[in-house]
Design a binder for this molecule. Sequence first.
Ligand code: HEC
Ligand code: HEC
Ligand code: HEC
Ligand code: HEC
Length: 375
Amino acid sequence: MKNLMLTLMLSLTLVGCGDKKDTPGKGVIGDVNAGKLLAERDCKGCHGMDGGGAAPGIPHLAAQRAPYLLASIGEYKEGKRTHAALKDMTGHMTEAEVRNVVAYYASLPPVPNAPAKDVQQSSPYQEGKSLAEACAKCHGEDGNSKTPGTPSLAGQQPHYLVTAIEEYHQGDRKATAMNPMARGSNKMDLEKLAWYYASQIPAQRSAPPFGDPVVGEPATAMCGGCHGAHGVSTDGATPTLAGQDATYLVNSMKAYKKGRQNWGMQRYIAGLGDKDIENIAAYYSIQKSLPAGSVPSSVKELADKCDRCHDATNNPSMVVPRMSGQDRDYLVMSLRAYRDGKRQSSMMHNMSFAYSNAMIESIASWYASRPADKN
Ligand code: HEC
Ligand code: HEC
Ligand code: HEC
Ligand code: HEC
């Protein structure tokens, strides 16, 4: 954070009072003509003379904001961003050379891109919702099951949901109803389904015809450490039990005794008798649950959050890259790098850590296909 502030202040000093874009020939940042010669010698092969990435995954530099370009070259120099070729090349560039080449690329008009037509509408949420139509007859319209033995999916933790379906798929979990359903789904579709269900509101259930919730409560003392207070899980890989169908809870606890594989769960369930299991199920099923997360219902809504920082008109003083018209594959790669902690930026990590690959792909397509001359 300290470093970020420092970079920010330095870059502001460099831009000085004129925060206008460089005009060819007499840049505030550096000498555009000298920068052009340098680009011709060292950068052309990958970034082109027009500032367009030569292959998918190489960022466009044309019309990128100068303070951001300066900051990012600084990060390669210091090894904060890792890329062998760039570290070597920028490593022996003088401060003046860096400013000149930045002045050159920042002065170029944006690389023309092809606006996609369907991107505006498509969102992981909408796609998840239409995929979920195949599940509704058993799991309920919005994932609130009304069939004893069939679990609710509304509000469930998304990572757990993906794992559960993969387990049916691989045959680690067996259920005649589910095994055929799980086949043929790819990981991206599973994530969309999972996020759709995670953001549905779980219904409040009334007491089941078996078990005593009052007796069940103290027996759950050991469960809360993983499953959360009152069974509302806050951990992506651990299922929420609150509001779950009671018959399904009984079946699944018994399944761990018989062979559903999970060392942790088997240990906790081993000592429970049938009556304990029914009481615990009755207790959890009547607890109030919450959605595990929320997914913006359109890519536009998601992009609005990003634009709070990335749109320079909202934030003239922040050193942020312009994303409109950027190479799609490069955007995907950088978002994954932030999420997975491979590229450091506390601001971006906080934004991206909750995103699935499906969301990253959608938001990257959105920005890549936006008019390149927008912010
Ligand atoms: C061998 C190909 C190659 C060459 C040559 C090259 N680059 Fe790059 N450049 C890349 C790739 C790939 C990335 C993305 C790396 C990453 O993910 O961090 C990149 C990223 C950048 C970035 C960060 C852009 C952003 O949006 O964060 C800047 C700035 C940059 N290069 C400037 C230059 C300059 C200036 C030169 C010439 C002195 C140069 N590059 C030469 C391949 C190259
Ligand atoms: C024919 C009815 C049926 C259909 C259709 C169906 N399911 Fe299921 N599903 C079940 C039953 C029954 C179970 C409980 C099986 C068990 O006891 O392991 C289940 C279990 C699950 C579980 C495990 C939940 C947990 O808490 O562990 C997930 C996740 C799931 N289904 C997702 C889906 C999705 C996604 C679809 C649509 C693509 C779908 N199901 C379609 C009947 C169905
Ligand atoms: C060490 C952490 C941990 C503890 C303690 C724990 N669980 Fe679990 N539980 C899990 C995880 C992780 C899963 C998912 C495992 C899997 O994928 O099969 C799970 C799964 C379950 C399921 C299946 C839910 C579903 O939707 O299919 C039930 C029911 C359950 N636990 C009940 C309990 C009860 C009751 C206790 C206390 C007696 C308990 N658990 C204690 C971690 C824990
Ligand atoms: C709180 C402010 C903030 C928000 C909100 C934000 N970003 Fe960023 N973003 C930044 C900063 C600062 C950087 C530059 C960090 C660095 O130098 O690595 C950045 C860098 C990036 C980059 C790297 C681009 C490049 O050229 O290398 C991408 C991609 C990105 N953000 C995407 C997004 C998306 C998508 C969202 C919305 C989901 C978002 N950002 C929301 C502040 C923000």
